[in-house]
Ligand binder design. Structure first.
Ligand code: F6R
Length: 612
């Protein structure tokens, strides 16, 4: 995720800002920038590393005791110097840094364009700083007040810090849905997106709350208001944690942090795309290819690993909702087997990193045969994103743990949005079913949150099973890809052999493996093939296998059969994968951690597989 640093006080700002940016490098970023008041308001930014920015700055006069700095992970617009933060206002008197996504930026931008404004970047952030300046001019108010007023018009998530050459003794900061911390020093203040850039200077901090705006002035008390103009008393806390704990958000490992980020990352993946009021799903990135998708005779999905499992969920979704036949291919096999591809085909390439060599090669092959290629990538501007004709970004934020977790649920969310958008336009599902599903999807982050609260039970299961040598994962329908993904998570981080299978296929072979030592994980939620899965559970029970079942809250039948039960909230069958995978990620995590494995960097694995 993007990183924020700000300083106002009596010291030189630049070294504090640069050190702060370096502390935030662990979050992942593609560009960096700084704004300092030094004569006027000067912005310096570039694509690449903080060290590159430092090199540019070494040739400039960078003295000054107030400044803001940012590392950007692209969401709107490519990772370029122009799209990097800080962004100037139109007059260049104000600059802003921003983490988060402004959902209604395109309508705000349109209004400002109609009033004669011209924009330099593709970002949602630039729109916000223009809006703030416009309010300042029209209402004759100072930066703090203009920011407060503007934020009432903003839909979405933000942590922002603003600096103005007209008010050089202060910074204005605000947050909603994205964290922001203010460190209180000796007549000076440090602002950051987490406490890691602050702890060297002070342990006294204020965490801004939702929809709060702060006026941060040197030698003056901190002032906080809500965006609705209610005055708040700053609540000062003492930071008691270490640097590495802060970086991992208080979690033991990045993987666990990323598992717990999923309510946020799923919401970010549909933010601004799912409009409940208007009853529509809009995916700007593929708008020009929508008709082609509606008319498609066939969709091919190419991906590897976890992304391939997301593709399998996509197959069920597109076939169920949009009634388009789908074939899901391992990219590595696809490229070497002379596949039949025509100009009518649509190929969807799924990749977290956007750099996977096999997926890239599959795209190039399909492209050479004239197919239309759409991408679902997490990394903006990555090789795969560039190689496709169009695409939809997942907005999961950087994934640091090698085992993919939040990227998977973000990919499934985007596939759900795509299938829904096409189904509605094509008329292949009723309006009431569509309406029902978009409300259900909107409720998923809350249900994921609820699912994440179930921990003790999973830790106990992990404790009991951590030393076994094999695991079997079984599911049917939408839960079959989840069985595969659950098994992959376990083997890659704990080095326990695990296999995923369609539950009914078990009796065609794997049933021979079952004895009292074999744990069998069933994803047995109460829809579609529930009764059939119960029969499969009985087959395992008859052979003394240890049954661990993921069930829907309130389940009765499976509970009687299973040794261990993990409940997930009730939801539409199509969306169950987004919930059912959560306890499986956690189970793998706890088993691996208890076995003393290197959870974030499992042996022999790389985050981005750029070789064949
Ligand atoms: C598993 C995992 C890998 C990746 C695969 C594809 O946890 O991370 O299986 O899913 O290497 O990577 P991307 O999605 O970057 O193309």
């Amino acid at each position: 995720m993007c990183g924020i640093v700000g300083y106002v006080g009596n010291k030189e700002a630049l070294p504090i800002l640069i050190k702060g940016l370096k502390r935030l490098e662990y979050r992942g970023y593609d560009s960096a920038g700084i704004a300092l008041i030094n004569g006027g308001l000067n912005v310096y930014k570039n694509k690449g590393k903080v060290a590159d920015l430092e090199a540019i700055l070494s040739e400039k006069d960078t003295s000054g005791d107030v400044g803001i700095a940012h590392t950007r992970w692209a969401t709107h617009g490519e990772p370029t110097a122009i799209n990097a933060h800080p962004h100037y206002s139109e007059s260049k008197d104000i600059a802003i840094i921003h983490n988060g996504i402004i959902e209604n930026y395109s309508s705000l931008k349109e209004e400002l364009i109609n009033r004669g404004y011209k924009f330099n970047s593709d970002t949602d952030t630039e729109v916000l700083v223009y809006l703030i300046e416009d309010i300042q001019k029209n209402e004759g108010v100072k930066l703090f007040e203009a920011t407060r007023i503007a934020l009432n018009q903003v839909i979405g998530a933000y942590a922002i810090v603003l600096i103005s050459s007209k008010e050089p003794d202060l910074l204005v900061a605000a947050r909603k849905g994205s964290p922001l911390v203010i460190g209180i020093g000796n007549n000076d203040y440090y602002i950051a997106s987490d406490a890691s850039p602050i702890i060297d200077y002070t342990r006294n901090v204020v965490y801004l709350k939702e929809e709060e705006v702060a006026l941060v002035r040197r030698n003056r008390e901190l002032q906080i208001k809500t965006i609705k103009n209610k005055v708040k008393t700053p609540y000062i806390q003492k930071l008691e944690i270490s640097l590495s704990t802060i970086e991992k958000g208080g979690f033991e490992h990045f993987m666990l942090k990323e598992i717990y980020e999923q309510p946020r990352s799923i919401r970010d993946s549909f933010r601004g795309r799912l409009n409940l009021e208007k009853g529509i799903v809009s995916l700007g990135g593929i708008i020009d290819y929508e008709q082609k998708l509606i008319n498609a005779k066939r969709i091919l999905i190419v991906a590897c690993g976890t992304s391939w499992h997301a593709g399998l969920v996509g197959e069920y979704l597109f076939e169920d909702l949009a009634r388009i036949p789908v074939e899901v291919e391992y990219a590595s096999e696809f490229r070497y087997r002379n596949p039949v591809i025509t100009e009518d085909d649509i190929v969807i390439a799924i990749s977290q990193s956007g750099e996977t060599a096999d997926t890239l090669a599959a795209i190039n092959l399909a492209k050479s045969k004239g197919a239309t290629i759409l991408g679902i990538c997490n990394v903006v501007g990555s090789s795969i994103a560039r190689a496709t004709h169009a695409g939809v970004y997942t907005h999961a934020g950087p994934e640091i743990g090698v085992a993919s977790t939040k990227a998977f649920t973000a990919q499934v969310t985007v596939l759900t949005l795509m299938a829904l958008a096409i189904a509605q336009k094509k008329g292949s599902i009723s309006q009431s079913r569509f309406q029902n599903l978009i409300y259900e999807l909107d409720a998923v982050p809350e249900k994921v949150e609820q699912t994440l609260q179930e921990s003790q039970q999973i830790v106990e299961i992990a404790e009991k099973l951590k030393d076994v040598r094999n695991f079997l994962y079984l599911g049917r329908g939408y839960n079959f890809p989840i069985a595969l993904e659950g098994a992959l998570k376990l083997k890659e981080i704990s080095y326990i052999h695990a296999e995923g299978y369609p539950a009914a296929e078990m009796k065609h072979g794997p049933i021979a493996l079952i004895d009292e030592l074999m744990p069998v994980v069933f994803i047995a939620t109460n829809k579609g093939t529930y009764e059939k899965v119960i029969s499969n559970i009985m087959e395992v029970k008859a052979r003394k296998g240890q049954i661990i079942a993921i069930v829907t809250e309130g389940d009765v039948a499976v509970k009687k059969l299973a040794k261990y039960i993990i409940e997930i909230p009730e939801c539409d069958e199509l969306l169950v994968p987004l919930l059912a995978i959560i306890p499986l990620q956690k189970l793998s995590y706890h088993i691996a951690a208890m076995r003393g494995c290197n959870v974030d960097q499992p042996r022999n694995l790389a985050k981005s597989v750029t070789v064949e």
